[in-house]
Write a protein of this length. Sequence first.
Length: 450
Amino acid sequence: MLVEKNNMVERYFLEKFYQELFFLQESKKESVADFVRARSLELFWTITRLAGLGRLHDGRWRSERRLRQALAERPSLTTPIQHQTDGPRILIDVTSTHVSGKKTGIQRVVKEIASAATEMGMALPVLQHEGKLYPYIKNSTASDTIQFEPGDIFLMIDAASGALASYSTIIDQVRKQNGQTVVCVYDLLPKTIPWAFSPEQRQHYENWLSDVVCNCDAAVCNSKNVADELKAHLAALPEPIHLPIGWFHLGGNFDCEHTSSASDDVIAITQVNSPFFLGVGTLEPRKGYDLALDAMDELWRSEIDARFVIVGRYGWMSTALQRRVLKHEQYGKRLHWLQNASDGDLDFLYNNARALVFPSLAEGFGLPIMEAANHGLPVIASDIPVFRELGGEHISYFKTLDSSDLATRLREAISTEKQAPQIDVPTWKQSAQKLLDLIRTQSYQLNNSR
């Protein structure tokens, strides 16, 4: 049964690849000038790499500039930061998130965990650059650099594949102080569904697994499902690695007191006298938006007056999907796509939607499920293991890849009374507490030490 489902998922992705390929072939004809420009750039890249000057175009100089700027733009306090003194000190790396400036996905997780950990005095967020550590929050009463101390735990909740050399240096420094390095693994999707990622993305992930994950002292995952997958992967390596692995669940609340209120456009969407379904997540093939659109098309052909609101930026290999959304006859009427929604917008939509529609084919967690449940919003999700782990019997599932079954669940949601899912959703403070207690006490659920 599992093999059959995997084959169906692979065929689905193959179909999306063909759609993307044919769309690009039809929409973009390379001119002679474009051809010459592209080949000239390739020659420049080749020559500079051979001359050892690859940093001119591989993004390193921009990354270094952004990091220097990020160090200068850190928040500051004039009073000492209080943190627990019992047990080992935990340093949380937030470098990639702070430099990128992004606020969604993993970046949201990093910011929420780091903020809660600091507030509770359980850990110290840090930035790392060229093997040196800096406190994320500057303090006039303390040094602006941090030295590793014996027994320190360095938590790589934010380790980026583009900075592998610096993390290798950090791992060595911690080891010399008899400390521990712990890495957070959010998913193994480039391994379990490789066709959903570009060759470059897969290579970056492979390098990260081998250079960082396999050299850490322990790993933490954001679901039992990912923890089991990581254990199986490490055990199947030519030289098996038996790493202590634990898991925790992410929080579902987000504080809108410090964000803007909902925009007029978002408020206008909720004032129309017809129910709307909400989709949250980046536009990319594995998110299953095509399935959701097929299901909505089925409802619209049946003259059911319902709407679909998508919140998320465009992602990799989504050109054809973007065109389908933007050129749809219902776009701007019953179909809306919000690429730059604020937390205030999303909070407002969660509070007013009929249900969250989450048709993903594969996920490491499923944060929108927790956020929806926290807002009392029913959830309609594809039937995949990690969603069962989060939602249990309290959310509605449809057969994965079956848009007609999804349409049936949508009709049921319209015709029945809206009821909040009875899911135990942790706050971000509870999530951070669970994570840090797990690390500090080394109470990893899969404690297979090397």
